[in-house]
Write a protein that binds this ligand. Sequence first.
Ligand SMILES: CC(C)(COP(=O)(O)OP(=O)(O)OC[C@H]1O[C@@H](n2cnc3c(N)ncnc32)[C@H](O)[C@@H]1OP(=O)(O)O)[C@@H](O)C(=O)NCCC(=O)NCCS
Length: 214
Amino acid sequence: MTLRAHRDPDWAADVARWGLGRMPLREQSMWALWVYRYGRRVDAAPPGFAQGLHRRLHLLLHTVVETLTGISLPKQTRIGPGLRIWHFGGIFVNPGTVIGAGCTLRQGVTLGNRVDGGPCPVLEDGVELGAYAQVLGGVRLGAGCKVGAMSVVLQDVPPGATAVGNPARILHRGEAARPRNDACPGAEPVGADAGQEQNKHPALQGQEPGSVTL
Ligand SMILES: CC(C)(COP(=O)(O)OP(=O)(O)OC[C@H]1O[C@@H](n2cnc3c(N)ncnc32)[C@H](O)[C@@H]1OP(=O)(O)O)[C@@H](O)C(=O)NCCC(=O)NCCS
């Protein structure tokens, strides 16, 4: 495994989902993602002096970026390619969490356990979490499901379903979830949901999760 970001297919998929051009590091969430991917590459590198140095550098970068952005992505968490994080602040992911390919998080999202040392969520591919969604415990969120803003998920969510409320209930309806406009009024052009519809992880079409086995 090379330490170079431009040879990391998971990072390439993250950038593709960001989808706004050639300067992904102008967005705070991409700082956090870059540091996360770097940490994974460092851990996969051959053991030795260089790896030790990079581990220290990663720890420093992780602490700085976590403090600045309020996004905590521990390198122990398994995250598939093409993660999109809209906005920043209050985003905490437990190291035991598994996130599939092409998932979407927003500000305020927590993915963690219900009690110290307890099991953590598994998100299958293409799961989308609304702002401040809390997903707690060893629950499984099926592929392509959605969780509403401010919802607290304590049970499994079937693939393609929508869960809302506290505690979250599964919406049962005969039709597939209709497309929606996630525009966030007043937000900055970068980091806002502009371009989100064409940014539904096209890079992931037909792509299996790289570093994640669900
Ligand atoms: C969950 C969500 C995807 C559902 O969208 P939808 O499929 O269009 O659902 P609807 O608007 O038809 O609502 C269906 C039901 O869920 C309820 N509901 C929708 N979102 C909810 C939420 N976040 N919390 C609690 N209930 C919610 C509605 O009141 C409605 O209830 P009812 O059937 O009893 O009348 C959407 O409401 C949502 O929360 N998206 C997150 C957006 C976000 O985080 N934006 C931040 C941008 S910065």
